[in-house]
Ligand binder design. Sequence first.
Ligand SMILES: [Zn+2]
Ligand SMILES: [Zn+2]
Length: 204
Amino acid sequence: MRIISLYSYNYCSNTFLAVSNNECAIIDPGQPMEIIEEALKKYALVPKFVLLTHGHFDHIFSLDNIRQKYSIPAYIHEEDNEMLEDSFKNAYSFFFEGNLALKSAEKTFKNEDIIKIGTEELKIIHTPGHTKGSSCFLCDNILITGDTLFAEGIGRTDLYGGSSEAIFRSLGGMRNIEPSDEITIYAGHGRCEVLSLALDNSIY
Ligand SMILES: [Zn+2]
Ligand SMILES: [Zn+2]
């Protein structure tokens, strides 16, 4: 699996393209549509579906445009699907006036589901805490962590569905991910390049 990072300089989440052969999944389309379209064209990729690490507004800004333009479904953890159509639950109304209410996702996943991209597979690891359905995506030694784990810290737990107890339990469980000494992390905000962070006691 090859990851193409679309780095964000503002509050929008990082967007990633998870690529196998010429197919890809668009992960967390928080970036503007033009940036995502440009990357798909530049690398000649066929997007097959959207994967969401969780349901917060800053990770879904371009979701409806993408679903419309490419006619592809969105996947999210079953416990976060309620967030997409609800400005309170997806936290948009916590920061802005007005609404961000999208269609719910076409498909939901749960812990340990396997999702195929091209000829490769990605595994869902449910890591609740930042939201109820927050999930990380593991493929070989690549881990996409959304807002559960950043280069410089962990996700907030004070918004709808958040739980500090749950996030610490989830982070503890991430120590069991194999191969634990060589995981490359792609986080939902801030530095999204290779972090090569060992999932050991240094996590928190
Ligand atoms: Zn975020
Ligand atoms: Zn979030």
